[in-house]
Design a protein around this ligand. Structure first.
Ligand code: ADP
Length: 261
């Protein structure tokens, strides 16, 4: 877990570095590509300099492609999906999460003891919780309540297909809810974009939720976001349940409350 924490910090640092470099490079490349495009448009078609300038533009475009590749590489880890119990991941990361959120924020976990298993890389599953918890913490500068919840849900096939591009059926929902600032609709609309951040230069990378989104999508799931300004935000991650879960779907979802501080 210490390792996982360090790894998360390393990824965060690397993301910050890559994000910063890419940002600067993209500004420069915008100038290079913009002016070479402009020069090409202004030169008569017979002008022999066209070839040279076209070479500059092509190189500029390749460079822009490379920067975006570097960025996606910085987010791509070697994935080793495993069948795992989501509650165990919450339990394993709980201590680290408490340290991460500080003393002003209390953490409550509401775990369904009969929750199904999911297939996901354990480190990445932890990463999802960390990224969501860090955002929750940042949204509650004056303290508040962080809740992590697991629950079995049955998704309507047609609805899942139309709205989430996934299949229906047995899913596990992992919700991370805060009592923080909330988000206005224009912010909420952009949060999954890489490098979108409202935290200011040097503070946010804008990669946290893009990473969450990538992991969840790769695992065949989807994310829902509920947010109200001044009230708080809830991220609900849905992952397909693994294996034959038919026999326990009707089990009463006895809820275990624990970990309240
Ligand atoms: P970063 O945390 O580096 O800004 P993220 O991709 O994790 O990048 O988040 C993008 C933006 O989404 C944040 O800057 C913030 O504006 C918004 N956001 C994310 N989570 C929350 C939350 N729990 N409450 C309020 N705003 C949030």
């Amino acid at each position: 877990l210490e390792d996982q924490f360090r790894q998360a910090q390393k990824m965060e640092a690397f993301g910050q570095l890559a994000g910063g470099v890419a940002h600067d490079f993209n500004n420069l490349l915008t100038v290079i590509n913009g002016y070479s495009e402009l020069a090409l448009a202004q030169l008569p078609s017979a002008n022999p300099m066209r070839e040279d300038i076209a070479a500059v533009r092509d190189a500029g475009e390749r460079a822009a492609g490379l920067t975006s590749q570097l960025l996606s590489f910085s987010r791509r880890a070697r994935l080793e999906p495993q069948v795992l119990d989501p509650n165990a991941v919450v339990g394993d990361t709980g201590k680290m999460l408490r340290r991460l959120i500080g003393e002003n924020i209390s953490l409550t976990t509401t775990l369904d003891p009969a929750v199904h298993r999911v297939r996901v890389d354990p480190g990445q599953m932890g990463q999802i919780l960390i990224n969501l918890a860090v955002n929750a913490r940042d949204a509650m500068p004056d303290g508040g309540q962080l809740t992590i919840e697991t629950q079995n849900v049955e998704l309507d096939g047609e609805y899942a297909r139309v709205h989430h591009g996934t299949t229906g059926g047995h899913h596990v929902m992992i919700a991370v809810t805060d009592t923080g600032t909330g988000m206005p609709p224009d912010v909420k609309a952009r949060i999954f974009e890489p490098f979108f951040t409202t935290k200011g230069v040097g503070k946010g990378t804008g990669l946290g939720l893009a990473t969450v989104y990538g992991i969840v999508k790769q695992s065949g799931g989807h994310v829902e976001v509920y947010s109200e300004v001044g009230v708080g935000t809830s991220f609900k991650v849905y992952l397909p349940a693994v294996g034959d879960v038919s026999e326990d779907t009707n089990a009463a979802p006895a809820e275990v409350r624990g970990g309240t501080e």
